[in-house]
Write a protein that binds this ligand. Structure first.
Ligand code: FAD
Length: 250
């Protein structure tokens, strides 16, 4: 969608680019083929490298346990396989299911906060050695589903103690939907509505694309805009815990 929408609006685009330097109204970038270029701008939005907030952790004795709790990227370690090694060895099963810290069973990292086992897409770098990778799709719907599973686990830990039921929600087994607005208006609006299943590709179950193509599709049009509009009110209703909020999915 993105490329056809840009083309229709006369917007030029670059992909597979690493921003090297930002100056007043100008940035320098490097492409996957190692070539460099400059782009001028009036407005820009730079998304910073994907990392945790950099919390420090100490045990009761005051010992620094930051490296036990958090991965070097600042996200919390959970029940993921952090020793998968090279891309060829990556599996859907590397992805966490319970989001429980392996050292402290009373600590969970839901949504965006957990340390992923590795990238989702195949790692890429330019001939100069600059890593240039797509950002993983750690979006709202998986974050909501994971948050719900963790909330149930914490509730069960409080109520059932040692017999607690720890709930599971692997991003390699769940689907996600995304509706991206491209213009509002009751009769003139457009939005791209997409679904992907599973969020993390599983090349063993779905050889080739890693995804179930019956559940991975997208369409752009007026219906997408209406869906986005309806979801807007539904999610605000849910966030305000108004009657029937539990019936509205994440
Ligand atoms: C620019 C942008 C656009 C996006 N667009 C979309 C989109 O269109 N669709 C989509 O599905 N997803 C989108 N996402 C991703 C989505 O917003 C996140 O995946 C989702 O919000 C993660 O939810 P979360 O609850 O895990 O974390 P967050 O929403 O980040 O919530 C964490 C909360 O913890 C609070 N917090 C942090 N530290 C502390 C502390 N010490 N004490 C107390 N509170 C603290 C923060 O203030 C924050 O409110 C977008 C993200 C960005 C950055």
């Amino acid at each position: 969608f993105a490329e056809s929408l840009y083309a229709e609006r006369g917007v030029e685009w670059l992909i597979g680019a690493h921003v090297e330097k930002v100056e007043e109204g100008k940035l320098t970038y490097e492409l996957l083929d190692g070539s460099k270029g400059e782009e001028e701008f009036d407005f820009s939005m730079l998304i910073p490298p994907f990392a945790g907030v950099g919390l420090k952790a100490y045990d009761k004795a005051g010992e620094d346990i930051t490296s036990t709790i958090f991965a070097p990227n600042g996200f919390m370690k959970v029940d993921a396989n952090y020793n998968a090694g090279a891309y060829e060895n990556w599996k859907a099963a590397d992805w966490p299911r319970t989001y429980q810290n392996p050292s402290y069973s009373n600590m969970f990292a839901a949504g965006i906060a957990f340390a992923p086992p590795h990238l989702i897409s195949k790692p890429m770098s330019s001939p100069n050695g600059t890593p240039i990778n797509p950002t993983p799709p750690r979006t709202g719907m998986p974050a909501g589903i994971i948050g719900k599973a963790v909330a149930h686990s914490v509730t069960s830990l409080m109520q059932d103690g040692a017999n607690a039921h720890i709930h599971e929600a692997s991003m390699a087994e769940m689907g996600a939907a995304c509706v991206a607005s491209a213009g509002k208006g009751l009769t003139t609006g457009t939005a791209a509505a997409m679904t992907v299943f599973p969020v993390v590709p599983d090349f063993q179950t779905y050889p080739g694309t890693g995804r179930d193509t019956d559940y991975t599709f997208g369409e752009i049009g007026l219906a997408g805009h209406w869906i986005k509009h309806i979801l807007h009110y539904m999610f605000i209703h849910k966030a305000q815990l108004k009657p029937g909020w539990t019936l509205i999915p994440e």
